[in-house]
Design a binder for this molecule. Structure first.
Ligand code: GAR
Length: 191
């Protein structure tokens, strides 16, 4: 059994979608959710899913040792950032080389970097008048949104689409693709 941990800072709709996807599998499961916010809605989702969830401060994420101890206790082999807004620190990167992936709600390398997350990204895309947006799933490295790209998918934007409409289209792509991409990466771990 390969155990996944999800890191999430907010609503956690992707986290829930991923947990559902693996729910009845006997080879892969989401067994831990970690956040940097005590009041993130992802904790409520975790409670309903029966998955333990924990909160750590930014300092604890930077230091890494407490979180690494928790990950080891839960025998976590792969980490998925699903709406997680802190930079992943070097101790975590060293412990999980090529085993941490992130989803970004735009077509990287455009609209990435520090401060570019969630609705801010969709706002920037609308302001630029772009006719496409999409999702990027990538390995995580020491720079925001710069790790090797694993997968991208696009959606068309219409003139007059609001940031909310762009967010809806992008979320639909995330729900459709992210679990399957994780599945294919995890399957390769033991080969
Ligand atoms: C998702 O759209 C994800 O791509 C984005 O945050 C949203 C979280 O939604 N991530 C980033 O912007 C990371 N830079 P959710 O909490 O409902 O899954």
């Amino acid at each position: 059994m390969i155990r996944l941990a999800l890191f999430a800072s907010g609503s956690g709709s992707n986290a829930e979608n991923i947990a559902h996807y693996f729910r009845f599998r006997d080879d892969v499961a989401v067994t831990l959710i970690i956040s940097n916010k005590t009041d993130a809605y992802v904790h409520e989702r975790a409670r309903r899913l029966g998955i333990p969830s924990f909160t750590y401060s930014r300092e604890a994420f930077d230091k890494g040792d407490e979180i690494l101890a928790l990950l080891r206790r839960h025998e976590i082999e792969f980490i998925v950032l699903a709406g997680f807004l802190l930079k992943v620190s070097q101790p975590l990167l060293d412990a999980y080389p090529q085993r941490i992936v992130n989803i970004h709600p735009a077509l990287l390398p455009r609209y990435g970097g520090k401060g570019m997350y969630g609705d801010r990204v969709h706002q920037a895309v609308v302001e630029a008048g772009d006719r496409v947006s999409g999702i990027t799933i990538h390995y995580v490295n020491e720079h925001y949104d710069e790790g090797d790209i694993i997968f991208q998918a696009q959606c068309e934007l219409l003139p007059g689409d609001t940031p909310e409409e762009v967010a809806r289209k992008v979320h639909a792509l995330e729900y459709a693709h992210f679990p399957e991409v994780i599945d294919s990466l995890v399957k390769k771990l033991n080969n």
